[in-house]
Write a protein that binds this ligand. Structure first.
Ligand code: FAD
Length: 307
């Protein structure tokens, strides 16, 4: 069971220093994170959009320690919005944000995160697009959902993420589906205790299907965030059963993972959104991708050894 070990390492400063400084790490990281700054990322956005794909953009960097870094994160997103504006992609390029990066874990973090994220949501709306609030570990979620609800008063299109592995999520899904929200459903990427989350893969998959049915039958806009071929097929079936048209739900996958599937779904007429992360502080994001698939770790270790 390598996944939990890697997730524990994702919170370790010592491992962060070691891995970030390793000479070959960058070329492995590039598979998942196609750029360090906004200049790198604009051509990537253009290429994916030209291929008929949609995007959600993530500026990586959740581990901030002071309000100045939270303000810098806000400014990085504002710059991104500025650079997306001339591409005129509207909702085809939206933003995903982690509230931790906007200061949620600092003193008075709830208010600080809301204060920092609001201008990003406003700027996104000005260029005809929107923002989705990512789900982080379970201790952050009450604050995330409260911020989501607050933002939706002025910007009803603001989305949020729910995680199938958490016991609480079925109730969250019912509430969000009734309120007509955009909701991305994922399995969940953090190390969570057995007191709050399913630990067994099959139980998580079964919960995913139950929750997805609730979203599909509800009033909102479901976003199926998964690379799992079975869940993708079930998602299509549930959408069909609920009488949804192709533009009344969407698939989402991460940049660099099952890219042939991105193109297959888009070619079939589905809305297919690619979660595209960029930035220099990629450690936490990268480690979660390693934890999801042990083969990634073997590839990473081999590249270190053969250097
Ligand atoms: P899995 O069973 O893990 O994977 C199915 C198949 O997909 C695997 O067999 C493999 O072929 C491929 N695959 C999956 N992951 C990888 C990988 N890292 N490298 C290579 N191949 C892989 N989690 C959160 O907790 N909060 C979020 O806000 C969040 N946002 C997300 C946004 C999007 C668009 C997506 C797709 C995922 C997001 N996640 C988030 C991560 C999610 O919780 C899972 O950890 C991740 O998607 C893996 O689960 P899976 O559904 O793809 O199924």
């Amino acid at each position: 069971m390598l996944g939990p070990v890697i997730l524990a390492a994702s919170r370790s400063d010592r491992m962060r220093r070691l891995i970030s400084a390793a000479p070959v790490t960058k070329q492995v990281v590039d598979r998942f994170i196609p750029g360090e700054d906004v200049d790198d990322i604009v051509p990537v956005v253009r290429d994916l959009a030209d291929d008929g794909l949609e995007l959600t953009m993530d500026v990586v960097g959740e581990d901030i320690t002071n309000p100045a870094q939270a303000a810098a994160a806000r400014d990085a997103y504002l710059e991104l919005v500025d650079r997306l504006k001339p591409l005129e992609l509207g909702t085809r390029a939206e933003m995903s944000v982690k509230l931790s990066m906007f200061g949620q874990a600092l003193e008075d973090g709830h208010e600080l995160a809301l204060k920092n994220v609001r201008p990003v949501v406003e700027a996104a709306a000005e260029i005809g697009t929107t923002v989705t609030l990512d789900a982080e570990d379970h201790t952050t979620l009450d604050s995330m959902f409260a911020i989501h609800e607050e933002l939706r008063k002025d910007f009803p299109q603001t989305g949020c993420v729910i995680q199938a592995y958490l016991f609480r999520t079925e109730a969250d899904a019912r509430r969000l589906a009734a309120s007509g929200s955009r909701v991305r459903l994922v399995k969940g990427a953090y190390k969570e205790p057995a007191s709050v989350a399913y630990q067994d893969k099959h139980e998580i998959d079964r919960a995913y299907v139950r929750i997805l049915r609730t979203l599909m039958e509800g009033e909102g806009y479901p976003m199926i965030g998964s690379h799992d071929p079975r869940l993708i097929a079930i998602g299509q079936e549930l959408a069909h059963q609920a009488g949804r048209k192709l533009d009344e739900y969407e698939f989402q996958m991460l940049y660099g993972i099952r890219t042939e599937e991105h193109r297959r779904l888009a070619a079939e007429g589905h809305r297919m959104r690619v979660y595209t992360a960029y930035g220099t502080d990629w450690y936490g994001y990268f480690m979660r991708r390693l934890a999801e698939k042990p083969a990634n770790l073997r590839f990473f270790a081999r590249s270190m050894l053969t250097k």
